[in-house]
Design a protein around this ligand. Structure first.
Ligand SMILES: Cc1ncc(COP(=O)(O)O)c(C=O)c1O
Length: 403
């Protein structure tokens, strides 16, 4: 049996809404995108939502909106996808990498605090050349859908006067428990929170993203910059009741989400909890299947967090197996099972090595995790047989290669 790494979960509701959009005569940003924004904001408990064509665009516009300047510093985890740090480079600003926690693989706030303090005192910092400019922002990443220590990050943001932008590409929904024991949805715990609707994300529009915030000024700026820096958006511009007139107030970008994509998003959002419950169930099955296997580790879901379970990574415990991670993945592939690796840490990639002199040994927790990581297939609609095939194959390979 072949088990793909991912299969999108699309129903007739999404298909019919796309057909309706195509027949409506309005394909680009319009009424469905407005509705998608409103319903998304309501779902995550934020005042404003700006629909965009990717999470990368959302992160870019978030940094633009908080006013980042060339040469300024932004704290990011080294353990993340390219997008989190590349958007910093768009401004000729500098990503300052920090190691992650071994249990969640999210940013280690204690280490982030040490880095911020070292910068303040002009002491040496890995991957950073003095003299240091102002640290403008911090971007925690909610790895695999489990929120980072958002209170810890918030405390740092307040202590060092940083904009707090969350990379929530993996979340929808996800929760963290706040003071007073209330579950706070991802979307309410930062200045700006950026979501992804890429094909394999918790909810999808094919490609797409959303930036949410409670701050009207930040929302307005992101909206304007998402469409060429025009003072009015295209929907209002071409609406029969609106004026043709607009002004360019800044050299903006072209990041708007189409109504075709939003048509898919509306129904994915309506089914977000149903899709989430299915992810949680599948994650639970994997967790119990591997719980007593000493050669494998899995992520810990903290009591004060509810993960969206976008990914289910397992790790090969060093010294327990005679097979490398890469060969393990190849062996799974030979059995028809699609896997992936999230991720090689940023500081090991050639661009960051060449630009900032980073390399092996700088962030040991991320490096150790990366060595053994494998993301297993996990998606709503995965059958019990498919999941059992993955579990059996992983177990058999472990048995065959026990050191
Ligand atoms: C952590 C993280 N941030 C950002 C992104 C970028 O998302 P998008 O493809 O919507 O730009 C991804 C994509 O996989 C991601 O994993």
């Amino acid at each position: 049996m072949n088990v793909p790494f991912f299969r999108p979960h699309i129903t007739d509701a999404e298909i019919n809404e796309v057909v309706d959009t195509l027949r409506s005569g309005w394909l680009t940003t319009g009424p469905k995108t407005k509705r998608f924004e409103e319903e998304f904001a309501q779902k995550v408990g934020a005042k404003h939502a700006v629909a965009l064509n990717s999470c990368t665009a959302a992160l870019h516009l978030a940094l633009e909106a908080v006013g980042i300047q060339p040469g300024e510093l932004v704290i990011v985890p080294t353990f993340t996808f390219a997008a989190t740090a590349e958007v910093v480079r768009y401004f000729d600003a500098v990503p300052v990498m920090v190691d992650c926690r071994p249990d969640t693989l999210c940013i280690d706030t204690q280490k982030a605090g040490e880095t911020l303090e070292a910068i303040r005192q002009g002491q040496p910092v890995a991957g950073l050349k003095p003299p240091y400019q102002r640290v403008r922002a911090i971007i925690p990443v909610h790895y695999a859908g489990q929120m980072a220590d958002v209170d810890g990050v918030r405390a740092l943001a307040e202590a060092y006067d940083l904009a707090l932008i969350e990379d929530a590409a993996h979340c929808m929904p996800a929760y963290a428990k706040g003071e007073g024991d209330t579950w706070r949805p991802c979307g309410t715990t930062a200045d700006i929170v950026c979501f992804s609707f890429y094909a394999n994300k918790c909810i999808t529009t094919g490609e797409g993203g959303m930036a949410v915030t409670d701050d009207e000024k930040l929302a307005d700026r992101m909206r304007v910059m998402s469409l060429h820096g025009m003072s009015k958006d295209a929907w209002r511009r071409f609406d029969t009741k609106a004026s043709w007139y607009y002004e360019i107030v800044a050299p903006g970008f072209k990041y708007n989400l189409t109504d075709i994509a939003s048509a898919i998003g509306l129904h994915q959002l309506a089914r977000a909890d149903e899709l989430w419950q299915e992810r949680r169930r599948l994650a639970g099955v994997y967790q119990s299947a591997f719980a007593d296997e000493p050669a494998l580790w899995t992520l810990t879901e903290h009591d004060d967090r509810q993960s969206s379970w976008h990914l289910f990574p397992i790790g090969l415990v060093p010294g327990t197996l005679s097979i490398s991670r890469n060969d393990f993945i190849d062996a799974l592939k030979e059995r028809g099972i699609g896997c992936s690796v999230h991720w090689m840490p940023l500081h090991l990639h050639p661009y960051y090595r060449q630009t900032y002199g980073t390399g092996p040994g700088m962030f040991p927790v991320a490096e150790a995790a990366y060595e053994g990581l494998i993301s297993l297939p996990l998606f709503p609609g995965m059958t019990d047989d498919e999941q059992q095939t993955v579990i059996d194959s992983v177990r058999e390979l472990v048995q065959q290669h026990r050191a």
